[in-house]
Design a protein around this ligand. Structure first.
Ligand SMILES: Nc1ncnc2c1ncn2[C@@H]1O[C@H](COP(=O)(O)OP(=O)(O)OP(=O)(O)O)[C@@H](O)[C@H]1O
Ligand SMILES: [Mg+2]
Length: 166
């Protein structure tokens, strides 16, 4: 099932990210997509902060490609925007990273969907204006489905099922 969340401010997007962070089990992979400036890094920052990471430690990994934060859980934060081929990612050992016990946040994963594991939570942030965002959450397997199910119980009024029959 797909859910959507309407965000009218940065703080509302951060609220979603914090809730998700507190529910995400080790090994969760979150694919963050959406146009430039949609809020993928802002989401990642609030997510990491909720797990005890200093918000100043979380910057956009556009140039560094990957950053690691240690909070209550280990977090890998990746940005595939500037990657030129999937081989670069395989050399980096991305498959092992995404299969490990850390939580992974992958910005621009849709550039190289083939490097993602089978089961991940897809989050697509669509910009509707200066501060309006439509955030789509879509699971791809049992684990991400369970996570989304728990999130929907935690955010009952904010998270709206997109289509009950998909
Ligand atoms: N509702 C909202 N949710 C998230 N961010 C918002 C919202 N309204 C305004 N913003 C602003 O949008 C910007 C999002 O920037 P951010 O770097 O997170 O985007 P990004 O998706 O990571 O971009 P890039 O593709 O360059 O990595 C921030 O300046 C943030 O304050
Ligand atoms: Mg970013």
């Amino acid at each position: 099932m797909t859910y959507h969340y309407h965000s009218d401010s940065l703080s509302r997007t951060e609220k979603l990210a914090r809730h998700l962070a507190l529910l995400a089990p080790p090994g969760t992979v979150i694919a963050l997509n959406g146009t430039l400036g949609a809020g993928k890094t802002a989401f990642s920052r609030a997510f990491a902060e909720a797990l005890g990471v200093d918000e100043n430690a979380v910057s956009s990994p556009t140039y560094s490609l990957i950053q690691h934060y240690l909070g209550d859980q280990m977090i890998h934060h990746l940005d595939l925007y500037r990657i030129e081929s999937p081989e670069e990612l395989y050399e980096l050992g991305i498959e092992e990273l995404l299969e490990g016990k850390a939580i992974s946040l992958v910005e621009w994963s849709n550039k190289y969907p083939e490097v993602l594991p089978q089961d991940y939570l897809e989050i697509n942030i669509e910009s509707l204006g200066d501060s309006e965002r439509r955030i789509l959450l879509q699971p791809t397997g049992k684990r991400s489905c369970d996570l989304l199910e728990r999130l929907s119980q935690d955010l009952p009024d904010d998270l709206i099922p997109e289509n009950k029959y998909t």
